[in-house]
Design a protein around this ligand. Structure first.
Ligand code: 13P
Ligand code: SF4
Length: 362
């Protein structure tokens, strides 16, 4: 019987890892340049080993905007990343996601009708003084909304640059959907927390107690359920046990966690810092577990641990596993396309504008 949630035949679930690895490799060899597999750094080891390009969200968007040769892009990451790849791909290219359940709980915290309703109310409060900017961790429809309204997408790697640019365009910034990346980035750029309001899309209400004139940044009330698991008490406990430990976290963590850490930055930034770290140094990392474990294996000369000792990987990133990758690839080789991600042309048009703005900002 087929897996009722994904449609994958059961034989893929029972096949041995070694067998599946050989089969994936064989499809890759047979399809050659017709196939391209991008993989996010948060993917499982069993999957990322087959990636033709591994990267963070920005690197993968850059790759997708340049990869115009392959007929099929099998995206090992989550749904919004595959949508981004489809938006940036040529008409002759098809993007496939090995498991359609690989979503992102943060992206799910903002839908387009909430966004349009919120925007209307914010326009009434602030007039035409706001520029919308969205983290790439959002639906194609929200990227399109942002593009239509003159804004841009951001990733954690270029958030500073995009937020700086946004203030050359408008007086205020509306940052979707991750309040923490928005708050941490604006704070780093010198905007005081008192000038930041929160937009609650459920209550449809602005959370702000002071004079509205003082609002510079409006943060959508969304978060990453993975990075919220790193807390101040984890930092305090580790520092107490070992004051020499270096703590580095992703800016999707709360302001309090980022402020207490030694350093914070995107996935790529964390990888770069660890790869240049002094031999024997000790690190506690506040980001996704597949990546932390990989860094631990790659740099045995360092003492690396997760900032939260009971941390799990991002469950939706983890949905892309070797059986689903093998199933999608073998089906493709036989001429059957499963799980194609298609962003309609109108949505794509404006979403591409928002993405291009980000990719071309100097
Ligand atoms: P980056 O790839 O921009 O570091 O984002 C992390 C993340 O949570 C991706 O879903
Ligand atoms: Fe979404 Fe967070 Fe998982 Fe990234 S780590 S895919 S933001 S839930």
């Amino acid at each position: 019987m087929l897996d009722f949630q994904t449609g994958m035949p059961p034989a893929y679930k029972t096949a041995s890892i070694e067998d599946l690895k050989m089969r994936v490799q064989s499809v890759k060899e047979k399809m050659g340049d017709r196939l391209f597999i991008p993989g996010h750094h948060y993917q499982r080891d069993e999957v990322i080993q087959f990636a033709d390009a591994a990267g963070d969200s920005l690197q993968l968007a850059q790759v997708a905007s340049k990869q115009h040769q392959a007929e099929f892009i099998v995206f090992c990451g989550v749904h919004f990343m595959a949508e981004t790849a489809d938006i940036l791909a040529g008409d002759h290219q098809k993007v496939l996601l090995p498991d359609m359940r690989a979503g992102c709980s943060m992206a799910d915290m903002a839908d387009i009708s909430q966004t349009e309703r919120g925007w209307k109310q914010l326009q009434q409060l602030f007039g035409d003084t706001i520029l919308p900017v969205t983290y790439v961790n959002s639906t194609a429809a929200i990227k399109s909304f942002v593009g239509k309204n003159g804004g841009a997408t951001v990733t954690s790697s270029n958030a500073r640059k995009v937020v700086q640019w946004s203030f050359t365009q408008k007086e205020r910034l509306f940052f979707l959907p991750d309040q923490h990346l928005g708050r941490n980035t604006a704070y780093d750029l010198g905007i005081p927390l008192e000038n930041m309001a929160i937009w609650d899309p459920i209550q449809e209400k602005l959370e702000y107690q002071e004079n509205l004139e003082d609002v510079k940044v409006i943060l959508w009330k969304g978060h990453c359920s993975v990075h919220m698991n790193f807390r101040v008490e984890h930092i305090q406990k580790l520092r107490k046990e070992d004051p020499s430990i270096n703590i580095i976290v992703h800016p999707e963590c709360t302001r309090e966690v980022v402020a207490l850490s030694d350093d914070a930055g995107s996935t790529k930034y964390i990888i770069d810092v660890i790869s240049n770290a002094e031999k024997g140094s000790k690190w506690a990392i506040g980001t996704e577990m597949n990546l932390v474990n990989r860094l631990k294996q790659s740099y045995p000369e360092l003492e690396i641990q997760s900032l939260n000792p009971t941390m799990c990987p991002c469950l939706t990133m983890n949905r892309i596993d070797l059986p689903h990758l093998a199933w999608i690839l073998e089906s493709l080789e036989k001429g059957t396309i499963y799980n194609q991600i298609i962003v309609d042309r109108t949505t794509s048009f404006y979403a591409k504008e928002a993405l291009h703005k980000m990719l071309t900002l100097k």
